[in-house]
Structure formats: C-alpha cells, structure tokens
Design a protein around this ligand. Structure first.
Ligand code: UD1
Length: 343
C-alpha cells in the first residue's frame, strides 16, 4: 500500500496521528526536520503500536529534498503538520515564519501535482478567526490574522482555495484546530516543548511537577465567567482521530476543499484548567494574576457541528481526562522524552 506522508510526524499532534494511522493499518512515512521534536519519538510510537514508521529527516524548505521524497516513495496522501508555531517568535522573526511555513507548503504542493498525489489534510488553526465577533465559532465566520504565524496559516488556506478552484482533481481538507492538550493514555507520547513552554497546559504541567514555581495567569478582566481567557481544549488523541476521518472523507467526496473546526464546543477558563489539573495531579498549583498577554482574546471555542455531520467525528474526552493523561506523561517522562535511543 502507498504511504500516508506525515510531515511534522514526530511533533505533538503529528506523533499521535501517526499512532492512530498505524492502528488503522496505514503505512506511514514521517518527514521531520527534528528542529522542534526528537527522533526517539519513533521508538515511543513503536512502544505503543509495535511498528516503527519509516522516517526521513529533511527540511521541507529544501526543494530538492522534497522532490526526492516524492520520487523515491509511493505516496497516496499527505497530512501536513510541519510548521513553526510560536506566536511571539513569529512577531520577532516574521521572515523566518513566512520562509519556513510558506515555502515548505509550496514545495509539497508542487510535488503533489508533479507526482499525481491528490489528497492533502492541512493543519490550520482557530487563529484564522482572529478576534471573533461571537462564540461558538462556525467555519463561515470572517477570517483574519493578528500575527505572522496566523497569517501563514491564513495564506496557506488561501493558496489551497485557489488551487481547489483551478485543479478539479485535487482534494483538500483544512482542519482548524482549537487548543490541543493531553497525551497518549499509555504515557509514552505527550507534549514535549523545548525550553519554557508558551502555552498554558504544558506550563501548568511543569508547575504541578515542581519544575516551575507558579503559573502566570495573563489577565482576569476578560469578558468571561471568571475574567480569565476561555478556550476550547481538545484531547490530542481526539484531534488525531479527526485526521483519519478527514482522510476517509477525501476518498469519498467530490468537494475539492472543505474546512472543519476541530474542537469540543466547550469553553474553559484559565482558572478552570488550573483547577482541573490540580484534581488530576493531586497537588495545589500556585498562580498569580499578571498583565494580559498582547494579542490574547476573551473567548474562543468551536461550533463543531460541521465536523460531526460531514466527517462523522466528534471529541470524546473531557477536560479531566485530558489533564489525567497529561499528568501521566509527565510522571513517566519528567525531563521529556529522552534524546538518546538507548534509554
Ligand atoms: C496559542 C496561540 C495560537 C496557536 C495556539 C496553538 C497565542 C496568542 N495564540 O493559542 O495562535 O494556534 O497557541 O499553538 O499565542 N495563558 C496564561 N498563562 C500562560 C499561558 C497562557 O494565562 O502561561 C492563557 C492565555 O492568556 C489564554 C489561555 O491561557 O487565555 C490559553 O493560552 P495558550 O495555551 O497559549 O493558547 P492560545 O493563546 O489560545
């Protein structure tokens, strides 16, 4: 069987999706530059599935490397996770974000056309809704971006829309993720950022584990039930399964492009998350209220009806389960997944 090419397949969402693909009997080819992930994730995937997926270390900005991947391997479809994703960094080094996220995607699209690969699932983000006028957010809400990272997602969505209009045989599924958290229930895979995390849950996890002293809650004067920011946290395994549903849909539909919100439809505040995590970890989590983080919005949660109706997918796991799985991962790997394969 031909491969599902998974770019960014050693990353947080990518690795969980690879596990689900292998469990579904698919042959997976992972391509990753390893700049934000570790090669030993492949061993972790094997611990869970019994299969070590084929892996190529490559930077997708390198056009020749991408061409070689498509020339040397029979590829059925692509799930394109790879990309830079730190909002603050994208404001400081915008060119790196445009260069990396756009060129890598163009290289993949060019090679898909050249090699007759016609199915792509793209990792977009709820960030493309900017500051939404209301919640829950539907797919037909106006799109905007407030930072270079978000603009790369929006630009790629526009590129795919233009291609879908021009080329009748391609199929694109654009998944707009809300806030993925949690970890694999085995404890062998989880979110493993380098350095101090930017996102809430990996930060809270490190405070709960005693690695960081306290959570900084970025503002408590938002228009939400307790004043702290509200988001739609989704278990990474639920999110991973949405990609399998999207691949199935690409085999069945005549639509050239479809866009889906991948969230639970429920909004939780920063304090809700801290309290759920305290319950899961069985420890008190100290926090202080600090200034708002620039660019943050009051509330962001999905209307996931379209994904339910068309992809026949919906999230199964609740916030408590997300926190419990995250706690287990950090208990098993307090220093993160080791870099050295001999562990
Ligand atoms: C962030 C990005 C978003 C990206 C997503 C996934 C920003 C502004 N947005 O979403 O574009 O798609 O990650 O990578 O960075 N919070 C704290 N203290 C912390 C960290 C976060 O109070 O130490 C709060 C935030 O103000 C927010 C909530 O927790 O209300 C969630 O933050 P975060 O996990 O960073 O996700 P988003 O900002 O929603």
């Amino acid at each position: 069987m031909a491969y599902v090419l998974v770019t960014g397949g050693t990353g947080f969402i990518g690795s969980h999706t690879v596990v689900e693909l292998i469990k579904a009997g698919r042959d997976v080819l992972i391509v990753d530059s390893l700049i934000n992930s570790k090669k030993t994730v492949l061993d972790q995937i094997k611990k869970i599935t019994g299969v070590k997926p084929k892996f190529i270390k490559a930077d997708l900005v390198d056009e020749n490397a991408v061409t070689r991947i498509f020339t040397d391997n029979e590829i059925d479809s692509v799930i394109h996770f790879a990309g830079l994703k730190a909002v603050g960094e994208s404001v400081k080094i915008p060119l790196m974000y445009y260069q990396n996220n756009l060129i890598s995607t163009l290289n993949i699209l060019n090679n898909m056309l050249a090699h007759g690969v016609d199915k792509l699932v793209f990792s977009s983000s709820a960030t493309v809704y900017g500051d939404p006028a209301s919640v829950p957010i539907r797919e037909d809400f106006p799109l905007s971006a407030t930072n270079p990272y978000g603009r790369t997602k929006l630009m790629i969505e526009q590129i795919l829309s233009d291609m879908a209009k021009a080329i009748p045989h391609v199929r694109f599924s654009v998944l707009r993720y809300f806030n993925p958290i949690g970890a694999h229930e085995s404890g062998h895979l989880g979110e493993d950022p380098r350095g101090i995390p930017n996102n809430l849950v990996p930060y809270v996890a490190r405070v709960a584990a005693g690695i960081l002293p306290q959570v900084n809650v970025f503002g408590n004067d938002y228009k939400t039930h307790d004043g702290t920011g509200v988001r739609d946290y989704i278990h990474v395994v639920d999110l991973a399964r949405a990609h399998l549903a999207a691949l199935k849909r690409l085999d069945e539909t005549n639509e050239t492009i479809e866009r889906f919100n991948i969230g639970t439809g429920k909004g939780y505040s920063v304090l809700d998350v801290i309290h759920a995590y305290e319950k899961a970890a069985g420890v008190k989590i100290p926090y202080v209220i600090t200034e708002r983080r620039s660019g943050d919005i009051d509330a962001c949660y999905a209307d996931p009806t379209k994904a339910k109706e068309i992809l026949h997918w919906e999230a199964e796991y609740d916030l408590d389960r997300m926190c419990r799985d995250s706690v287990r991962f950090l208990e098993m790997y307090p220093e993160g997944i080791p870099e050295d394969a001999s562990f």
